[in-house]
Design a protein around this ligand. Structure first.
Ligand code: ZN
Ligand code: ZN
Length: 306
């Protein structure tokens, strides 16, 4: 079955026999951005101006991708971090972040495009960051990589990560890791870039029922066996939580052993879901689980923890 609007390419049916489960799935980035922006606009009708703003940001990412596709030379610093072919990512140094002008330029473009859409107060912080030196931008990016979110203004952080993301996603795609057929990676960090996941996806279509985690930085999805904790790998005390009916499209998987939780987006129940967008409109679920002492495995780069 081919879905009408999915950034995940259907399986190649010309290959005979049962195909192995892919360890990694790379998105079709222009489709991913188009779908995410459309989803944000739809959800914004009932959820306010911030989602409209994010839709414009994702459209700016798509525009940047189309106008300034990365060259192999520009990608080299990131692809070098991946070594021979993913699964052993190394965090970028501040030096690397200072000497990769591709994402600096993307960030500045995002500020120019989006500053007119926000309050004067937020716009002034964004515009101040445009005048940062490469070293200052790198210091802020390094703080985000180190999950020191308090060190960066919240509005600047969202645009910085969007710029880093459009850079990393293209660089990872250039390495061609979609050919990788290693085993499942039941870990709470991306095998291509080391960033935390946004959450889990249960896929539909050709890959009905398989669970992948979605990277918050490079947009890669990595296969993780269901009903197994991605933080401590336990299987004994996994529970599922929803607010509404039991077949709700968003559920939370908790681990009673390490008290972590993962938000899961059931694309088999609603294929139009986008993890980043739908997470923002289901945060009462997070609050309920956090009140019970569970800690989220993963982040949403549209809403960094404060
Ligand atoms: Zn990644
Ligand atoms: Zn656990």
């Amino acid at each position: 079955m081919t879905l009408p609007f999915s950034d995940i390419a259907p399986l190649d049916k010309s290959v005979p026999g049962v195909q192995p489960i892919e360890a990694l799935i790379l998105p079709r980035l222009p489709v991913l951005y188009a779908k995410r922006a459309a989803r944000l606009r739809m959800l914004a009708e009932h959820n306010g101006a911030y989602l409209e703003f994010l839709a414009s940001l994702v459209e700016a990412q798509k525009f940047w991708l189309e106008q300034h596709p990365i060259t192999p030379e520009q990608a080299m610093p990131v692809t070098a971090l991946m070594g021979a072919g993913a699964l052993a990512p190394v965090k970028p140094t501040q030096q690397l972040l200072a000497t990769t002008p591709y994402w600096h330029a993307a960030f500045k473009h995002f500020v120019h495009t989006l500053a007119p859409l926000v309050s004067e107060h937020v716009a002034s912080k964004l515009e101040a960051a445009v005048h940062d030196t490469p070293e200052q931008l790198a210091a802020k990016a390094a703080a985000l990589f180190n999950q020191d979110y308090a060190a960066v203004d919240a509005g600047v952080a969202v645009l910085l990560w969007a710029a880093l993301s459009v850079y990393w996603a293209q660089a990872v795609a250039l390495v061609g890791v979609q050919k990788h057929t290693a085993q499942a990676h039941n870990e709470a960090s991306c095998p291509c870039c080391g960033a935390p996941p946004v959450g889990g996806l249960v896929l539909t279509g050709d890959r009905e029922g398989l669970r992948y985690l979605q990277c918050s930085l490079c947009e890669t999805r990595w296969h993780a066996v269901r009903a197994t904790c991605v933080v401590c790998h336990a299987t004994q005390h996994i529970d599922y939580w929803t607010f509404e009916k039991t077949d709700a499209p968003i559920q939370i998987e908790t681990c009673g052993d390490c008290h972590s939780y993962l938000k899961i987006f059931r694309q088999d129940r609603d294929p139009q879901q986008d993890a980043l967008a739908d997470d923002l409109v289901s945060q009462t679920l997070d609050e309920a689980l956090e009140a019970q002492g569970f800690a989220r495995a993963g982040i949403n780069p549209f809403s960094f923890p404060s």
